[in-house]
Design a protein around this ligand. Structure first.
Ligand code: HDE
Length: 681
């Protein structure tokens, strides 16, 4: 742990004191170029100017071809109990070992400056700096992927990225080429279901699951191997935005997920995830109705339970975004003894791609020497030179075998940690064909659909209608509806209706549900939730204190919001500080709204921004606490409908704070259904 910190510390430079050129020459003036006369031309000999501009001209490097937009954090990992019966990896065998980690969360389709809250898969890449070398789990927040063979990856990405003629749309799958690809590649169906679900709009990087997707192997000291899938389970549970909210946040705060992670860590609240393993013994390889090497399939948790084996705590923001988050180079081929690959054809392709891409993105073969990528394990071999080599490799020899250097560095044959490939027996004819066991594209898409709750199903239908509504080709729309008939007649019918089309006959499978797939069954907690507290001059201080104290006690946070920043007087002549104004923050970035009663009632009632704030919170199913007369702010919402008042706390009595926290703990109150607003007079 300290080793990595020390390593990074050595590379940190705090620029202070006298300014110099990159050669260390003191600079007298950084404001004026060197000119011939006060109004004359700039001189070529101005090396101070030329050095500064030349460096600036080369400040950008190519962004990642996929996952260009991301956010990183440092932390640690520790295993709960030794897993030496499963793997000989040291960091998974010793509960006393604290392994430093660096994680990068990302979106996939958008450019580096795109918004965080778009409908997309999220990357969840973890680098463990273990004492036996760097180990990377380069995963996503979905457990399955669109395609089965890596050779289709460039096509998938070309199809989802902005179209080549117009470079539109940015960071969106809602366009013709993506859906054209989907309809021509039915194996995408399962992952497309995830993409249309709320999972594609995480509320926070701290509240999404991570999956290694592929099946890997664990190997113990006696050489016995088991198949494994890796999971990250967030301690705060899995939570998502609603679509309207996600779109609004994309405009009002495109850095929403990045800010959430950064601010949470800055305020001392770490992001925490448990590492989960699903393990299958080799003798059970063919026991399930799906091929365990097919990356479009998950292992239902009810069938193969997830064992939680350790915890990752992300508690330190990077010092420098470019140096750390941007230059971090992950690679699924970075493994350590005790872990190995399988023949999943998607994984096999990835094992090549990541090393290759870093060479053009980071400019050469020495990117492993960049501080964020440098292992804590000692590195010693005969590789030399190349662009931006940072080590000064001492000595006469750079080859093996040699006698001049005592045959050093020598391979770790006797003792010590060394990687040995699992000796899987492989034989077969050389062919370009997909295995028959990879042909079922609909059973698990149907499993996912059948496992969704009512509001999740509504979300999926709406998402298909939105996305296909933006798809101009009528045939493509119809083809998607036809595909959906293989998943569920209900789903196909609802989407067809939204698009003014007809769904054909359905012979969809009806697999049992997997409750673990519904986010409704995830952890619910008020911890780290954010409540907007709306106040005007003369608000009731007692109610304000009771509720804000209860929020803090429950582990939540709050912002005091009004028309202007600064101190605002309460009913008892005390004051609180307004930290945000309606102009600065939309309702969409909060988890709940609370307004105390008081003399400010007429002001708030007449304030269009406050009303909109509350009405939007209502539409987004959020808890709303309105003391006493404040409930008048709901007058434009038709609360007569069944369940329309779910999550609304309006009493002003002693139980108010408790009721509000109960509503906050529940999270969203989807049972409200579509909110119905009275049309404006
Ligand atoms: Fe990636 N992917 N990928 N991918 N991927 C990249 O590597 C690739 C896939 C994932 O925060 C690239 O450094 C191929 C699945 C993450 O820096 C590139 C295939 C999964 C990240 C690449 C896949 C991922 C990447 C681009 C099909 C989930 C961001 C920049 C076989 C298990 C890591 C880079 C970060 C990045 C190739 C499919 C996750 C081009 C060929 C499946 C989280 O090498």
């Amino acid at each position: 742990m300290n080793q990595k910190l020390n390593d990074l510390e050595r590379s940190r430079v705090r620029h202070a004191g006298a300014m110099t050129t990159n050669q260390g020459v003191g600079i007298g003036s950084d404001d004026n170029s060197l000119t011939a006369g006060r109004r004359g031309p700039t001189l070529m000999e101005d090396f101070i100017f030329r050095e500064k501009i030349t460096h600036f001209d080369h400040e950008r490097i190519p962004e990642r071809i996929v996952h260009a937009r991301g956010s990183g954090a440092h932390g640690t990992f520790r295993v709960y109990k030794s897993l030496s019966h499963l793997t000989k990896a040291h960091f998974l065998s010793d509960p006393n070992l604290v392994t430093p980690v660096f994680v990068r969360f990302s979106t996939v389709a958008g450019f580096r400056g795109s918004a965080d809250t778009v409908r997309d898969v999220r990357g969840f890449a973890t680098k463990f700096y273990t004492q036996e070398g760097n180990y990377d789990i380069v995963g996503n927040n979905f457990p399955v992927f669109f395609i089965q063979d890596a050779i289709n990856f460039p096509d998938l990405i070309h199809a989802v990225k902005p179209e080549p003629n117009s470079e539109m749309p940015q960071a969106a799958s809602a366009h013709d080429t993506f859906w054209d690809f989907v309809t021509n590649m039915p194996e995408t169906m399962h992952t497309v279901m995830w993409l249309m679900s709320p999972r594609a709009l995480p509320r926070s990087y701290r509240m999404m699951e991570g999956f290694g997707i592929h099946t890997f192997r664990l190997i113990n000291a006696s050489g016995a191997s088991k198949f494994v899938k890796f999971h990250w389970k967030p301690l705060l549970g899995v939570h998502s935005l609603v679509w309207d909210e996600a779109q609004k946040i994309a405009g009002k705060d495109p850095d929403f997920n990045r800010r959430d992670l950064w601010e949470s860590i800055e305020s001392g609240v770490p992001a925490e995830f448990e590492l989960g393993l699903q393990v299958i013994s080799p003798e059970d390889e063919f026991r399930f109705g799906f091929d365990i090497l097919d990356p479009t399939k998950l292992w239902p948790e009810e069938l193969i339970p997830v064992q939680k084996v350790g915890k990752m705590t992300l508690d330190r923001n990077p010092d420098n975004f470019f140096a750390e988050t941007e230059q971090a180079a992950f690679c699924p081929a970075n493994i350590v003894p005790g872990i190995d690959f399988t023949n999943d054809p998607l994984l096999q392709g990835r094992l090549f791609s990541y090393l290759d891409t870093q060479i053009s993105r980071l400019g050469g073969p020495n990117f492993q020497q960049i501080p964020i990528n440098r292992p804590v394990a000692p590195v010693s071999n005969n590789q030399r030179d190349g662009i931006h080599r940072m080590s000064i490799d001492v000595g006469q020899t750079s080859y093996a075998p040699n006698a001049l250097n005592g045959n050093g560095p020598h391979t770790a044959n006797g003792g010590g940690s060394r990687f040995e490939h699992y000796q899987e027996r492989v034989d077969g004819a050389v062919i370009r064909e997909r295995s028959d066991s990879f042909r079922d594209h609909y059973t698990q898409a149907a499993l996912f659909w059948n496992s969704m709750s009512g509001h999740e199903k509504d979300h999926i239908v709406d998402a298909f209608c939105f996305e296909l509504g933006k798809c101009m080709n009528a045939q493509t729309r119809q083809k998607v509806v036809n595909m959906l008939s293989n998943v569920s007649s209900g789903l196909a019918g609802a989407v067809a209706e939204g698009l003014g089309l007809k769904a054909g006959k359905s012979d969809a499978p009806t697999p049992p549900a997997s409750p673990a797939l519904s986010m409704d069954n995830s952890v619910k907690t008020p911890k780290t939730s954010k409540t907007a507290v709306l106040v005007g001059p003369g608000f009731n201080r007692t109610q304000f204190d009771a509720v804000t104290k209860a929020i803090a006690k429950a582990g939540g946070m709050f912002d005091v919001i009004s028309k202007k920043l600064g101190p605002i007087p309460a009913s008892d002549k005390s004051s609180v500080t307004v930290t945000k104004t309606y102009a600065m923050v939309p309702s969409a970035v909060y988890d709940a709204v609370f307004a105390p009663d008081g003399e400010h009632l007429p002001i708030i009632r007449e304030c269009g921004d406050a009303r909109q704030f509350i009405e939007e919170a209502y539409r987004h199913y959020k808890p709303i606490g309105l003391c006493g007369g404040m409930s008048a702010l709901l007058s434009r919402i038709q609360l007569g409908e069944p369940n329309a008042k779910a999550g609304i706390v309006t009493s002003g009595d002693a139980a108010f704070a408790d009721d509000f926290i109960a509503a906050l703990t529940e999270g969203r109150h989807y049972q409200r259904g579509e909110s119905v607003m009275t049309p404006p007079a």
